[in-house]
Every structure is written in C-alpha cells, then in structure tokens.
Ligand binder design. Sequence first.
Ligand code: SF4
Length: 235
Amino acid sequence: MKSNLKLSELNSLVKGKSVEESFKILINLYPDGLIFTTSFGFEDQVITHIIFQNNFPIKVVTLDTGRLFPETYKVFSETVNKYKKKIIVFFPEYTSIEKMVTEKGPFSFYYSKENRLECCRLRKVVPLNRALEDKTCWISGIRSDQSDNRSMMSRLEYDEEKQLFKFHPLFHWTFTDVEDYIKKNDIPYNPLHDKGFVSIGCEPCTRAVTDGEDFRSGRWWWEYDGQKECGCHLK
Ligand code: SF4
C-alpha cells in the first residue's frame, strides 16, 4: 500500500502527539498498512504493550535469525502468553543459510565485515523486506540517544529505498522513561538487560557494555569503523 501523503504532511499530524494518539492517526490513514518489528528489547516491549493493550490493528512481527539468545526466546514466549496475541515470525530463506554456513562455517561473521554483512543480510534484511512488502509505515523502537547514527534520524522519516514511512514513536524517550514504563506496567523484559546488555541481537554478535559506553558498542565489537547497524535501518 502506498501513501498519497508527503512526509511533511504526515509529520505535522503526529508532531507532539503521544504514542497512542500517533498510532490512532496512522491507523486511521492506513488501516492495513502498519507493521511493527520487535526484537524484544526494552523499547520494543513498551511498543508491543501499547499495541496489544489497545488492540491496535498493527501487525507485530519478529525476525528469528536462528542465532538469538535463549533469554530472547523466553521473553518472546512470556509476551505471547501475557497478551494472548500473535507475534508473526519471519525466518531466513533456508537454502541461502545452508549454503553460507556450508561454505564459510558457523562463525563467518567474525572473519570479515563482508561476511558479517552477508550474514545480516540473509538472516535479517531479506526476511525484513519480505515482512515489509505492501506496508506503508514501519514502526520501530529506535530512540535518538541510542547512538550518534540514530541521533541523526527523525521521529518520522521516509525510506526512499523501501518506499515507506518509518515511525519511531519512542524517539524522544530517555532510557529512564522506558525503564520506568516497563516497571510501572509490569511488562515482561529480557533478563539480559539486568546483566549489562542494552542492544540485544544475535547471541554471537552481542555483548554487555559498561557504563558510559555507546548503546550500540556491544554489537559487532570486533569491527572498528564505528558503523553499528545491520542494514535494516540504513538507507
Ligand atoms: Fe549474523 Fe551476527 Fe548479523 Fe546475527 S547479528 S545476522 S549472527 S552477523
């Protein structure tokens, strides 16, 4: 589904609005066009809670790369059990993973950035693009203070390559805002957050960070070029 609205027009509609108010506006405009991708991190759990508690008709999707932490599967299960709602799973295309792992082994991503990007593309970006097909607005849990790269983004954007709006409803929330909301609403969360993990992705590519380190510094820490994105949120 494509939109007739320009980014500036849509921006003026959601500017200054709460998460719930913004969702209502977007649902009214694009009843079947909204999708939210969750990786079950703190921010994603807040958004999932808001969608499910309000019965918003937003498709909630997760990308199972096959390399996630057991703790992530646990919070996935707890979330489904709590809200009694479906989270739709997208897996990678299995023949491409079989070929990559057969040719390069199970830890190819440690040996070169090219290999890492290949693995992220096959396990995340390709399934993501499949999930986003026919959608008009992609909702994510990105916050502006998570990294330098993310601070350059906006609460509402237009992705020319994917041809859809991207809405980050918690963009201006602080980490404390998110943490307080989780506690106040008794929302299930990944216990790895209590062990110093902030941005939680695949198990072999995520580690805990220490106080003062960048939010994304626990991802692909063996790469030193400062780019800490998997390709999902890059244009
Ligand atoms: Fe592969 Fe690591 Fe990317 Fe996961 S984060 S898709 S294991 S390279």
